[in-house]
Ligand binder design. Structure first.
Ligand SMILES: [Zn+2]
Length: 467
């Protein structure tokens, strides 16, 4: 990594002072003595915001999300920088957009993949510079050691392919307790759950929790060839997706209960979010990684940190995954690496509830380089547009979200040409600028995937022989 541009471990940081004066009564190394917050980052893969009751869903799929929101801050309009794991998680972990970090393709020539460039400073590295002990638990190849996500972790445990949330939670709890016994430095723990990613196979106890009338699949639908649809109909898909969320809920609750038992709630920043959502045949498609509709980009983002941020606050300003890293570093009072393109949300978190939050001036960007030509999406609170940037750049869709929140009426052909051209120009310039900023990180290197790894990606629906 490029460490020369900044130094995060400040001589007079509270951690350092606490360690120096510990023998004089700073708590003798007990975990509560650290001034920096512990940080627990929980990523629930493929979790669309609108399937959580705290975001308005009718089913109680994730009560723990509502509890965290009641005890902390919920962002109602958080968006992912890409509708698939590798690209979006790199944005979360480095605070740069895909055009800059360069993790753009999941398979190149069918057998190689991009990965996180070593020159990027990851969240784990930045927290390591700040004196944190860093532990990661993952089950998705796209956030594996091979893909560069172990950068900066002291311990990075790759669970077996599609390991259940209970196995991941048990291991994370072990690590939490092991760290608490030593408690030599504040903790950063990253736990990445694979429920509710397909294939949907909730444990037996969860099956039939949610039932609804049978609904046929749409007459024409797209589904990755390697996903076995069996005899499922549309209702089965949506019910089992929700049951997987409920399973993740119970495991996240178990992990947070452990935090409480250790009396760590007050000074721990808990972040609950996702890397992207899921299409559940709203437009005939299943899965993610193809489109930019809200079902695949609108994600939950909830932060709880009783010591420093208010409770029961909802913020409707548009925010992005690239904002997570600056926010964490800001709340931990650590210096930020220069590469970051996101913004700290701390001012929003700590603003008085009735203070204007200037929601109109923020937009979200998302990018996609797979399953079609390179394209970019811009979304404000009132509009969404998608632009193909290859060849003759042009808009492929434009939605007026004030009149059409479900993105059903593509207005691209009715746009005034000058308006359309201006938007295309803006988006192409945005991408050119981000790509230039990415020069140090885009070495063109790729990682070869083994047969077993390719099969794992097929299991997850990422590789479709038809495309
Ligand atoms: Zn994912």
């Amino acid at each position: 990594m490029a460490r020369s541009s900044f130094s995060l471990f400040r001589l007079f940081s509270p951690v350092f002072l606490c360690l120096i004066i510990a023998p004089l009564g700073c708590g003798g190394g007990k975990v509560e003595t650290f001034s920096e917050p512990n940080i627990l980052l929980i990523v629930v893969d493929t979790l669309r915001a609108d399937h959580l009751e705290t975001y308005g869903y009718s089913r109680k799929t994730m009560p723990i999300a509502r509890q965290l929101a009641n005890e902390g801050v919920q962002f109602d309009n958080a968006f992912s920088q890409a509708p698939w794991t590798g690209s979006s998680m790199t944005s979360l972990f480095t605070s740069v957009y895909p055009s800059t970090h360069g993790f753009l393709y999941n398979t190149l020539g069918g057998t190689t993949s991009n990965f996180v460039n070593q020159n990027l400073v990851t969240l784990a590295e930045a927290l390591g510079e700040g004196g944190y002990h860093r532990v990661g638990h993952v089950t998705n190849l796209y956030v594996s050691r091979k893909m560069g996500f172990a950068q900066g972790f002291d311990k990075f445990l790759e669970h077996e392919h599609l390991a259940d949330a209970d196995a991941v939670t048990s291991a994370a709890i072990n690590d939490l307790n092991g760290w608490a016994k030593k408690s030599e430095s504040p903790l950063f723990m990253y736990v990445h759950y694979m429920e509710p990613h397909c294939p949907y196979s909730p444990p037996a106890d969860y099956k039939k929790t949610f039932e609804s009338e049978s609904q046929p699949l749409p007459p024409t639908y797209k589904i990755p060839r390697h996903i076995d649809i069996g005899s499922r109909d549309l209702a089965d898909y949506r019910n089992s997706y929700d049951e997987e969320i409920l399973f993740a809920n119970d495991q996240i609750s178990r992990l947070l209960d452990e935090l409480k038992k250790l009396s760590l709630e007050e000074n721990t920043l808990v972040i609950l979010t996702s890397d992207h959502g899921e299409e559940l045949f709203e437009r005939g498609n299943f899965g993610h990684g193809r489109t930019f509709h809200d079902e695949v980009l609108h994600i939950p983002l909830i932060l709880r940190f009783p010591a420093k941020i208010p409770a029961n606050k909802k913020i409707d300003t548009i925010v992005e995954l690239v904002d997570v890293m600056p926010t964490v570093l800001d709340l931990a009072d650590l210096q930020a690496p220069e590469q970051m393109q996101g913004s700290s949300l701390k001012p929003l978190l700590q603003a008085a509830p009735k203070m204007p939050e200037s929601p109109e001036d923020r937009v979200a960007y998302s990018e996609l380089f797979i399953k079609g030509p390179p394209r970019i999406m811009i979304r404000s609170r009132t509009m969404k547009a998608v632009c193909v940037t290859e060849g003759e750049p042009h808009l492929t869709s434009y939605f007026d979200l004030t009149k059409d929140p479900t993105e059903s009426n593509n207005l691209v052909s009715t746009l005034d040409p000058s308006e359309s051209e201006a938007l295309v120009k803006q988006l192409v310039q945005w991408r050119v600028a981000r790509t230039k900023q990415g020069a140090p990180y885009q070495t063109g290197e790729t990682k070869s995937l083994t047969e077993q790894e390719l099969q794992r990606l097929k299991d997850l629906g990422y590789i479709d022989d038809e495309e």
